[in-house]
Design a protein around this ligand. Structure first.
Ligand SMILES: *[C@@H]1O[C@H](CO)[C@@H](O)[C@H](O)[C@H]1NC(C)=O
Ligand SMILES: *[C@@H]1O[C@H](CO)[C@@H](O)[C@H](O)[C@H]1NC(C)=O
Ligand SMILES: *[C@@H]1O[C@H](CO)[C@@H](O)[C@H](O)[C@H]1NC(C)=O
Ligand SMILES: *[C@@H]1O[C@H](CO)[C@@H](O)[C@H](O)[C@H]1NC(C)=O
Length: 802
């Protein structure tokens, strides 16, 4: 019990406290821990990964070249079985199946003159005046389009791969508007039908942001703060919305970014997340909006995280589509992080493309209204909307009215959209709450993959890169957030800058400052027992009784034991008995017996001669073993370390290690780790120990107080409020969900929706949980989560209210 709470508890403390905690544990201040446990059970935000995989156990294939940094641009060329990797001043063609194999490379540096000019403009020659490869796209003729920052003078070129060689054509095309000047500035781009859509700054200072399409007729955004206001661009995606579209609608290009909210009243410029979109067929207006988008519409996008006052800021998105179903079923998964540095939470929210599309097609607009002579307020526009609808693509209705291209659009429509590109309503995530929230390393990138598990259901598994070079693998099982594992992908804690998935190789590719890594979606062999394999709740893995191994579902024809929703390991055959190891110890000596559970969610228990061992100053239960201090003759015997893990169905106990301990003269104990031999003569006195324990109790109390103060642990007074609200909220959840289901009724209700439906009974089922460690799913519940509280974003709902 205590050991597990210790594991859980450590995750809530900032790292600098970990050492102190460890010390506390080693000294066995166990009577205080139940208190700590009781507190943290109410904080589901800790979401502990079940497994922590250190770098040396990851088995990643890696690529890096000496002296080359910033491997942050990738293009999957599945047609050529290549991974194109853009770094600083170099592009590599790597074997897609094994990226440690370099097939070709090409250098693209800057000239001395370019470097000198860059330096003269006040930029750092070593950091900024280099050519950072930023854009890599496939062209229709199989060549690639590549752009680099080129010492603050962006340039683009064509590149081809043939006969094992990468060649740049040295076309030297102007890269302004296609690629940022500043290598530290965020940008986004996508190639659609040989036209490059890019979102970046068009000037040296980085102060003129645009979304542009570089085509024979180039189209861009207006330079107006109502269009783009100090944006940070995140990602782009295309959507084939013309497919089987009854309204004759056009394909769209979506852009995700964050920016200063023009609609916010607060003077300190609140940052909000946005989704914008343009129509592929947009040619700009005739007089108004000449060579500018006539279809640029944007909306706020929310990810309501419990305990947050300020809106969270979008950092990355992943478009997930079922190839068998129409575009309306596609989902955007997005990562959010706090805008103030007061919190270390990150979140993932999922959005239906159909919800976003509907908002742009049918939603109300916001309009600026001048109040008190100079102050501008953005409110819902409630007047007449011109026809064709401002911002809409050319559709059948427009064509009927004789408008076949955006050049034919009336000035009224164009002037309207020029002044009002912002939609009134914010886009809400599915279930109106995040699918994952975690405290700890900041999320940077996300990929989502769907897996049909042994139970026949399809689950969405999230792969999330962090600032610290780790990758989380997580799922949401009917509203329950579960982190399967956290993998230390890169040896040094450096941010994951790019993450890609190839559905051809089934591999993930990640890039960081110092290199690139490739890993499979699952590494089932890491589980050596059936219990561990099943309790991992990884939809990719199952236990094969015939061979006695944890194997990948995709590689097996046999029926495997798996239980992702419940973690039910009752079908597991009995594990092979553990071989006892011999240890010996001197009377008065100290000895550590190691025992590490494969799971962070398990608690370890010790038995001696089949009787439970109670921790004391004499027997100290550590996270990774048992410490016996000042051994006496009576300490000999059979010691067994048990790992107890609770799943939804029951507690599972496995023997992790067993020791035969003999107390006697040295010599018989080969391999025994006898510690502190000096303790035989002058070990710590009981009085001394008591003094130390007393001191540490005081420091623990100080720590707890500090945690309350910093908000790392919820105050107990919140709990009462929470439970009184539960019944009502479970009910409200039900209502929300049933209306969602109703709206979606025309769609077949299939299994893959399930992971995202954040269960009706979610609230009640989680309230029954008494174990904080396995449940990260209760986020949002018990709070006012669905209605985001934005005290600083005060909207007046209607113009008439002014
Ligand atoms: C991979 O995904 C693409 C779309 O991104 C799809 O067209 C293709 O069929 C998929 N291939 C496999 C093997 O699933
Ligand atoms: C490039 O990599 C170095 C680490 O070697 C890092 O310090 C720097 O910030 C990176 N530059 C960019 C633009 O990401
Ligand atoms: C432990 O010692 C016993 C005898 O005391 C011996 O039979 C056994 O083989 C030893 N086990 C190991 C693993 O050395
Ligand atoms: C070690 O244990 C013995 C009795 O087993 C006791 O007399 C002695 O005081 C203990 N030493 C320390 C330092 O606790």
């Amino acid at each position: 019990m205590e050991a597990s709470s210790a594991v859980g508890r450590r995750k809530f403390l900032p790292s600098r406290n970990k050492g102190a905690m460890h010390l506390l544990l080693s000294l066995g201040v166990f009577w205080l821990l139940p208190l700590a446990l009781a507190l943290e059970e109410d904080s589901p935000l800790g979401c502990v990964p079940r497994k922590t995989v250190p770098h040396h156990k990851v088995n990643a294939r890696v690529f890096h070249e000496k002296g080359v940094f910033n491997y942050s641009t990738m293009l999957l060329r599945e047609d050529l079985a290549l991974l194109m990797l853009g770094a600083r001043e170099a592009v590599y063609a790597l074997d897609l199946n094994d990226i440690s194999k370099k097939l070709a490379s090409v250098k693209w540096g800057v000239t001395q003159q370019q470097k000198a000019e860059c330096e003269n403009k006040g930029k750092d020659p070593e950091r900024e005046c280099k050519n950072y490869i930023r854009t890599l796209h496939k062209m229709e003729d199989n060549r690639m389009y590549v752009c680099g920052t080129n010492a603050f003078d962006p340039e683009c070129d064509y590149m081809s791969y043939a006969d094992g060689k990468l060649t740049l054509e040295n076309k030297g095309e102007d890269g302004k508007g296609k690629c940022p000047f500043d290598p530290f500035q965020r940008y986004a781009s996508i190639m659609v039908d040989n036209d490059l859509y890019s979102a970046t700054s068009i000037n040296f200072l980085g102060s003129e942001p645009i979304l542009t399409r570089s085509s024979p007729v180039s189209i861009r955004t207006e330079f107006k703060t109502s269009w783009l206001n100090e944006p940070s661009f995140v990602s782009m995606a295309q959507m084939p919305e013309s497919e089987e579209n009854e309204e004759g609608d056009d394909d769209k290009v979506y852009l995700f970014f964050s920016e200063r909210a023009v609609e916010s009243d607060c003077l300190n410029k609140l940052v909000v997340s946005r989704v914008a979109r343009v129509c592929k067929g947009d040619l700009g207006g005739q007089r108004t909006l000449q060579k500018k988008w006539t279809s640029f519409l944007k909306a706020r996008i929310d990810c309501p995280v419990l305990e947050s006052q300020l809106p969270y800021v979008i950092q990355d998105t992943y478009l997930w589509c079922d190839p068998q179903r129409p575009w309306k079923n596609c989902l955007f998964y997005a990562i959010f992080t706090p805008q103030s540095h007061t919190s270390d939470l990150s979140a993932v929210c999922a959005y239906r493309v159909s919800d976003i599309s509907r908002e742009f097609a049918e939603g109300k607009y916001k309009t600026p209204v001048t109040v008190e002579t100079s102050f501008v307020k953005w409110v819902m526009y409630s007047g007449d909307v011109p026809s064709p609808r401002p911002g809409a693509c050319i559709n059948n209705e427009a064509r009927k009215a004789g408008i076949t291209q955006t050049l034919d659009l009336p000035d009224q429509t164009l002037q309207f959209i020029k002044d009002r590109p912002l939609m009134d309503q914010a886009i809400q995530p599915i279930g109106e709450k995040p699918v994952l929230v975690r405290r700890g390393a900041t999320f940077t990138r996300i990929v989502v993959n769907q897996m049909q598990a042994a139970d026949g259901e399809k689950y969405h598994v999230m792969f999330i890169g962090t600032e610290e070079g780790t990758m989380l693998k997580a799922a949401n099982y009917d509203g329950e957030m579960f982190i399967i594992e956290e993998t230390q992908l890169f040896q040094t804690p450096e941010p994951i800058k790019i993450l890609k998935f190839s559905n051809v190789t089934g591999q993930l590719y990640a890039g960081s400052h110092h290199g690139a890594a490739q890993i499979p979606l699952a590494n089932c062999e890491r589980s050596s027992s059936c219990m561990d394999c099943v309790l991992t709740r990884d939809p990719y893995c199952g236990w094969d009784r015939a061979v006695g191994k944890c194997v990948a579902l995709s590689n097996s024809q046999r029926e495997l034991i798996q239980s992702v929703k419940e973690g039910d390991a009752s079908l597991c055959p009995d594990a092979d008995p553990v071989k006892p190891m011999n240890r010996s110890i001197w009377p008065g000596g100290n000895q550590k017996l190691s025992c590490s559970s494969p799971s962070n969610l398990a608690k370890t228990l010790w038995e001696r001669d089949h009787h439970p061992l109670t921790p004391s100053a004499h027997f100290q239960i550590l996270q990774d073993g048992l410490l016996i201090l000042n051994a006496s003759d009576s300490d000999g015997g059979r010691y067994r370390c048990l790992s107890v893990e609770r799943s939804k169905t029951e507690d599972y106990t496995t023997t992790v290690a067993e020791y035969q301990l003999t107390v006697g003269p040295a010599g018989s104990g080969k391999g025994g780790h006898t510690l502190f031999p000096q303790a035989q003569t002058d070990g710590p006195s009981v009085a001394g120990l008591q003094a130390v324990v007393g001191l540490l109790v005081v420091s623990l109390l100080v720590l707890l107080a500090w945690n309350f103060y910093k908000g790392h642990l919820p105050l107990p007074c919140k709990c009462g409020k929470k439970s009184s609200k539960q019944a009502q909220e479970a009910h409200e959840d039900g209502v929300v969900n049933s209306t969602v289901q109703h709206q979606e009724a025309q769609r077949p209700a299939v299994a893959e929706e399930k992971p995202l439906v954040l269960g009706i009974d979610n609230g009640s089922s989680h309230n029954n949980h008494t174990r904080g460690e396995a449940v990260c799913g209760a986020v949002g519940e018990g709070s006012d989560a669905p209605s985001v509280n934005l005290p600083t974003l005060q909207y007046i709902d209607d113009e008439s209210e002014i």
